[in-house]
Design a protein around this ligand. Structure first.
Ligand SMILES: O=C(O)CCC(=O)C1=CC=C[C@@H](O)[C@@H]1C(=O)O
Ligand SMILES: [Mg+2]
Length: 352
């Protein structure tokens, strides 16, 4: 039975501004959720980012207020169901509440959250380095990430002229050690012709994947591009535009791409992301989990989800260093992976 649900606002500055073809941000604002029962606490993070596909902060706040109003004396496993109508359009709020409930439930059981999600969860998660926008990068930046043990380096593209960007990528790739791949994210920047030319130019380079190449990403156009690409194309935010309501019964082999990117705060929670990933992998589609550049309270359960999914492809969870302050100790990669603790719950504990 839930005894208390607290919602605390926070605001965390970034060390340097985040930039992408969809805009950026210099700070992350959200709410730390704490659910309490029998002397134990569970935590979740609601940090909406509409550009990535979540609800607005106003809609999330409304949903959290409703949750706070009805939570006390509810059984843990019934809260989300009782709020289904309001949470249907508030995935970041739903994610936060579910994380807090599952963190508490797994602490009560004395096991790690990943084992609540899957008995065969791994204890470590391979992750990519997130280097930021291409225009800011020199070979030394890539070398630093390689020296830290990352095998996949993610770079934001689609911000400057495509010909300039291609030249820059060719120059950077010349300095890459063997076995290192570049993960590019265009965040929907290009028209089909520009995307086609870019992909032709990228094909000889060590590109690990390319997220969201197209401004209008319909499945046929993506499939044509994918057929000419030597690496996986991935859908991320375009899973949640017009497709969103149809995701539940969509054949995921028909998305036009070889990979999907799942952000549990956009999908509406850990269990939903896990189910979607199982369907994707059964359809032969690769899955990558990424953060929403949120606080440690959101990053820990997202890393637990990635461990439960168990996909060997590096996940986008090395974002804690982008924040100049945090709500607690965050998962930090070592040698290109996050090692998850054996302790009960998600791994998050708030700083005193
Ligand atoms: O994937 C990563 O390594 C980090 C997460 C990440 O890149 C993103 C998080 C939030 C918003 C986006 O700009 C971006 C993405 O589109 O994947
Ligand atoms: Mg992306």
């Amino acid at each position: 039975m839930i005894e208390r649900l607290q919602v605390r606002p926070y605001e965390l500055p970034l060390r340097r501004a985040w930039a992408s073809a969809r805009g950026g941000f210099a700070r992350r604002r959200g709410w730390l959720i704490q659910v309490s029962a029998e002397g134990l606490h569970g935590y979740g993070d609601c940090a909406p980012l509409p550009a990535a596909g979540t609800e607005t902060p106003e809609v999330a706040w409304e949903a959290l207020c409703q949750a706070r109003a009805v939570a006390v004396f509810q059984p843990l496993d019934l809260l989300l169901e009782s709020l289904a109508p309001v949470l249907a359009t508030a995935p970041a709020a739903r994610f936060a509440l579910e994380c807090a409930l599952l963190d508490l439930a797994s602490r009560r059981r004395g096991g790690a959250l990943r084992h609540w999600l899957s008995e065969s969860a791994r204890d470590e998660v391979p992750v990519n380095a997130m280097l930021g926008p291409l225009g800011t990068l020199a070979p030394a930046d890539l070398q630093t990430a390689c020296d830290a043990g990352f095998r996949v380096l993610k770079i934001k593209v689609g911000i400057r002229n495509p010909t300039v960007e291609l030249k820059h990528l060719v120059a950077l790739a010349r300095h890459l050690p063997p076995g290192i791949g570049l993960r590019l994210d265009a965040n929907g920047a290009w028209e089909p012709d520009a995307a086609r030319r870019l992909i032709d130019g990228l094909n000889p380079l060590p590109i690990e994947s390319l997220e969201e190449p197209l401004r209008e990403p319909d499945a046929d156009r993506l499939a044509t591009l994918q057929a000419g690409a030597a690496f996986p194309l991935a859908r991320d935010e375009s899973l949640h535009g017009p497709l969103h309501g149809r995701l539940a019964d969509l054949d995921l082999a028909m998305l036009g791409v070889r990979r999907i990117v799942l952000k549990p705060a956009v999908v509406g929670g850990l269990a939903r992301a896990l189910a979607l990933s199982a369907r994707a992998r059964a359809a032969g589609v690769e899955v990558v989990v990424t953060s929403l550049v949120e606080s440690a309270a959101g990053l820990w359960p997202t890393a637990q989800l990635a461990a439960a999914i168990g996909s060997p492809i590096p996940h986008g969870l090395a974002t804690a260093d982008w924040l100049a302050a945090d709500l607690g100790a965050a998962p930090r990669p070592r040698r290109g992976q996050i090692d998850l603790p054996r302790t009960a719950g998600s791994g998050f504990d708030p700083s005193p």
